[in-house]
Design a protein. Sequence first.
Length: 180
Amino acid sequence: MRPLNIGLSEEQRNGVIELLNHDLSDNYLLLIKTKKYHWDVVGPQFRSLHELWEEHYQVLTENIDAMAERIRALGGYPVGTAAGFLKHSSISEHDGDLPTAEQMVENLVTDHEQVIRNLRDHVDQSGEKYNDQGTADFLTGLMEQHEEMAWMMRSFIEGTSIEPDGKRSGSQQVPTAVNN
């Protein structure tokens, strides 16, 4: 194979490829879970969740392909097996679990938030540690998509109205961010 001459050392490329394979694995498991919930959701929210999750798994599918192609552009090979995805992922399956619609949403929000935290860290590592601003920018775009998907689902389960001044009605207050 012809050596790559793209301004990154082999060590830098390999470091970024490892990060990307973790992100690819997280997204693949999230895709599987989203698709499964799309199939299994029942109740009064069926149509809205079924359609929302169809939109989400289409975005995830496109992003997975883009991550795999980014890995190849950097001279690496993407994880491409179920065992590899499970090994490299920071989110887990819920094998045999058939939760309520609200719990499905909660599970997906939790997973998207984990992916967001990982992507935020990988953006920093890509740019600062590995000097790969292209991958940092690429991952930033993915992170923003996950933030939007998580926000849409959090809005679904919050369930209290917002007053004109931006505060929640009743005694509940807007939860503060949790840093993990």
